[in-house]
Design a protein around this ligand. Sequence first.
Ligand code: NDP
Length: 293
Amino acid sequence: MSQVIDGKAFAEGLRARVGTAAVGFEAKSGRKAGLAVVLVGEDPASQVYVRNKGKQTLAAGMNSFEHKLPADTSEADLLAVVEQLNNDPAVDGILVQLPLPAHMNEQKVIATINPDKDVDGFHVVNVGRLATGLPGFVPCTPLGCVMLLKDRLGSLSGLDAVVIGRSNIVGKPMAQLLIAESCTVTVAHSRTKDLPEVVRRADIVVAAVGRPEMVKGDWLKPGATVIDVGINRVPGAEEGKTKLVGDVDFASAAEVAGAITPVPGGVGPMTIAVLLRNTIVAAHRNAGLAFDE
Ligand code: NDP
């Protein structure tokens, strides 16, 4: 039976370290670090995320600025809000909650965020910085996955890693981060031939697919470390109830893997904790202060 990687506990520790850094930042700069979150419309899942982000930002000793705009806000008005936040010295990090309503061009909105306040790491400048090994901001979910991997394995150098999924927010930055850790990286996707055979080569498997319990235990090399990014809501045991499952079939995978993240309680809690970490890093950089990890 494999070790279960406790992302909830790791995220708690990370948030505590961010809280300490936030106190230090305030003492040095004379102001609190600040994160601005912009939400357009009333998507229920996005509302929950934004509420949690706000609460955790305040709990870490930083200012939280929430901008809630109606669903029919024009793109020009949203861009004006982003520009205002770009120019506000009290705002160190800006996050525009995705998805945006269909009448808005997400790429254009992301491109308007000052890259030095882009704590989500989605701006092309930060994508380029990650690809070329320059300091920038890395998307929170994959950075959280690497933190969990390094905590469990120490050095990742020379390990074979398979990332299933090639999205801009998880799969691709995950692959870049693993390359930077000197892994040998394979990126699999919906056109990959014989996926189980590809996965069987891996010391590290990162599943970011969005398909409930797709990766089975018999796809894994014995002892592999499995990071399950997937969050899928499926019918629960009780009539009318639902439950969350990952992209990995936990029961069979836990029989073979060396270590595995559960869903919920694995990667999920890391995302906001890393967002707070990126914000305190941004605050230090924007104020010209050194930041000790
Ligand atoms: P996307 O839908 O953007 O990407 C899914 C990827 O999976 C695509 O590259 C797709 O391939 C690939 N894929 C789809 N079907 C298969 C298949 N049968 N075999 C192999 N590959 C396949 O999803 P995201 O990257 O945004 O998210 C992935 C999962 O992670 C979701 O469950 C999401 O909810 C979760 N998530 C969790 C977060 C967290 O905080 N823990 C944060 C972000 C996401 P192709 O490119 O060929 O279409």
